[in-house]
Design a protein around this ligand. Structure first.
Ligand code: TXA
Ligand code: MG
Length: 337
């Protein structure tokens, strides 16, 4: 593994210093890696057209090479350098939801290096909605591949400290603009199929997508694995064992707690108020009321639970509507053994 000296620089989330943005663009031009905030999570960026730079991403994250990356661009014109064609429904989504927490899977233009798209004929593209991300992309001019800036399998980073915890010594520059606003990754939509298919639930809700373009597909699991390799791997997981319990089912929670060896440490994440007072023995209890708030803090809480060495975390299931769909997707993946 290559080793670099990691530099951490604070930037304003709303009005980033142009000198810092051009420094970041220079690192990318030299084939280096830069971690930067987006509205969803922090990304680990490299020049999308430089296969050697892209390879560093796979090495530094320990990412399987058959998991393709998202190309981030600043504007619709640059999308056309990477996509061979955009169907009308893709254009409609792009016009309405970019910049934003949406990634479109499109037919790839031939120039996109195979390492970026894991040999697929398609490429994933997104225009993020964050002044720092957009500032870097504008200063750089081209496409920047950016997976979440965590070690493969770990919870995605929502602060610069999370990035350092995983990648110190493996990334040249980390731009710190505070905690990200959405907290779960972008929604990945394949528009090469008819109707379009959600490959990964995320910051843009199914309801918002369907109110614009009508019903979208959710492929059966096997098909999904074939088409979105990233969903095949265990993801988002803390070291603690994640155990879900039915919404409002206090008995189930108490049974789980009873089942622990005495003295075994646990945390509880509770979203319905009836349960609020019943987990006194827990090392850590989080009460969440708004799903948006939980989405923002979910990965941070996972990392905090690990930092405290807690062994189990019991999580009350969320209603699967709006951002709750992405939350439940992350929780199920984290709880899969
Ligand atoms: O919010 C986000 O999307 C963040 C920020 C940094 O932009 N990025 C992110 O990237 O989450 P990553 O690499 O952690 O997840 C990319 C997802 C994976 O599930 C991958 O399999 C899928 O997008 N993907 C990428 N290219 C694809 C393609 N050509 N076809 C199908 N799925 C693709
Ligand atoms: Mg990721």
């Amino acid at each position: 593994m290559f080793a670099v000296k990691t530099r951490l620089v604070q930037v304003s989330p709303t009005n980033p210093d142009p000198t810092i943005l051009s420094e970041a663009a220079e690192v990318l031009q030299r084939g280096g890696l830069v971690a930067f905030p987006t509205e969803t999570v922090y990304g680990l960026g490299a020049d999308a057209m430089n296969p050697a730079a892209v390879e560093k991403i796979f090495l530094s994250k320990g990412r399987p090479s058959d998991n393709p990356l998202i190309v981030h661009v600043a504007n619709h014109e640059t999308v056309r350098l990477f996509a061979r064609s955009i169907p009308p429904i893709g254009l409609k989504l792009a016009e309405n939801f970019w910049p934003g927490p949406m990634t479109l899977v499109l037919r790839s233009s031939v120039q996109v290096p195979m390492i970026v798209r894991a040999n697929l004929p398609s490429v994933a593209i997104r225009i993020p909605n964050h002044p720092v991300a957009l500032g870097i992309l504008n200063a750089f001019g081209g496409g920047v591949v950016a997976p979440s800036a965590n070690l493969s399998g770990r919870p995605s980073p929502t602060t610069a400290q999370h990035v350092l915890d995983d990648l110190d010594g493996r990334v040249e520059l980390v731009l710190d603009a505070g905690q990200t606003r959405i907290g779960v990754e972008s929604t990945v939509i394949d528009v090469t199929s008819q109707p379009p298919t959600i490959l990964r639930h995320g910051g843009l809700t199914r309801e918002a997508i369907e109110s614009l373009i009508g019903v979208v597909g959710s492929p059966a699991d096997v098909e999904l694995l074939r088409r979105s390799p990233g969903t095949r791997y265990r993801h988002y997981a803390p070291h603690a064992k994640v155990v879900l319990f039915q919404r409002g089912n206090l008995d189930q929670l108490l049974l789980e707690i009873d089942g622990l060896k005495s003295g075994e440490s646990f945390a509880a994440i509770i979203s319905s108020s009836q349960i609020a007072t019943t987990v006194g023995r827990a090392q850590f209890v989080l009460h969440v009321s708004e799903p948006e708030e939980f989405a923002r803090d979910l990965f941070k809480v996972f990392r905090l639970i690990d930092a405290r060495g807690i062994r189990y975390v019991f999580v009350e299931e969320f209603e699967e509507e709006g951002i709750g769909v992405a939350i439940m997707d992350r929780l199920r993946k984290a709880s899969a053994v």
